[in-house]
Design a protein around this ligand. Structure first.
Ligand SMILES: Nc1ncnc2c1ncn2[C@@H]1O[C@H](COP(=O)(O)OP(=O)(O)OP(=O)(O)O)[C@@H](O)[C@H]1O
Length: 248
């Protein structure tokens, strides 16, 4: 296998008679921002879940930073340097922004025993505050997450994925439901983070403008298979891609 941050080899996954992912292979190199797009039901989430070890593929193999991903617990993925956001918000509404981000950091630090009996902070507040500043959420730091606008909660969600300085971040529809102003802010912050830290991103996204402006390379899925791969400009003018979306 290569020394890619993420290496996906011949992944297939079916649900009964539905071939959700068909023989998909690709590599993602350090610092790349890869977009994974495709019409509804094209297999993006299934592929993501195979990459994250949450679904066991019928065939194929995934490696993250050279380590094979099997059925892996989230904490082990964190140790491999993987952060993620979810399609649905994963913030706890009754906790402050700061506590939500600290809690995400605790997922990365040791097991339950060290969380319960170890040092109460372990530098997490400082790290959380740095991310709060980076995502320009200082004025909301001590607010209950549930009182924030949806777009602000998506920013908190993104900040949570960056605790413990991951080398690979999987973003599942980060732009979903976010208004235009917040969208520009989110994209700019993600670009800046990628530039400053060399973090690799894989992004599932339906918002074409967002994905085309954020990503350096795009893979298009249709009916579970890769139908195109290239720069945003190449993808925009690819007839097979246009047909897949019009038919989808
Ligand atoms: N747990 C499951 N059981 C049965 N079928 C499933 C399951 N998960 C996904 N599928 C089917 O697999 C196919 C791919 O679904 P998937 O959710 O991966 O697509 P997607 O590209 O992420 O779609 P969307 O953009 O709508 O989120 C679809 O036909 C879907 O109905």
């Amino acid at each position: 296998m290569s020394d890619s941050v993420l290496s996906v080899r011949n992944i297939s996954k079916s649900f009964g008679g539905i071939h959700a992912v068909r023989d998909v292979s690709f590599d993602v190199e350090k610092g790349e921002v890869l977009g994974l797009i495709g019409p509804n039901g094209s297999g993006k989430s299934t592929l993501f879940n195979c990459v994250l070890g949450q679904l066991r593929p019928d065939r194929g193999e995934v490696q993250i930073n050279g380590h094979r991903v099997g059925n892996m617990r989230a904490s082990r993925l964190n140790k491999l340097g993987v952060g993620r956001t979810f399609q649905q918000l994963s913030v706890f509404p009754q906790m402050s922004v700061l506590d939500n981000i600290i809690l995400a950091g605790q997922e990365h630090h040791g097991n339950m025993a060290t969380r319960l009996f170890g040092p109460s902070d372990a530098g997490l507040t400082k790290e959380a505050d740095q991310l709060i500043a980076f995502f320009r959420l200082e004025h909301l730091r001590d607010e209950m997450a549930g009182s924030l606008s949806y777009g602000q909660q998506k920013l908190v969600d993104a900040a949570m994925a960056f605790m413990a300085g991951p080398s690979l971040v999987l973003l599942d529809e980060p732009a979903g439901g976010v208004n235009l102003t917040m969208l520009g802010n989110l994209r700019e912050r993600l670009e800046t983070y990628n530039r400053e830290h060399g973090t690799t991103f894989v992004v599932i996204e339906h918002n074409m403008e967002f994905v085309m402006s954020l990503c350096t390379r795009i893979i298009v899925l249709a009916e579970g298979a890769i139908i195109a791969e290239g720069t945003p400009d190449e993808i925009r003018s690819n007839q097979q891609v246009i047909d897949a979306y019009l038919g989808g």
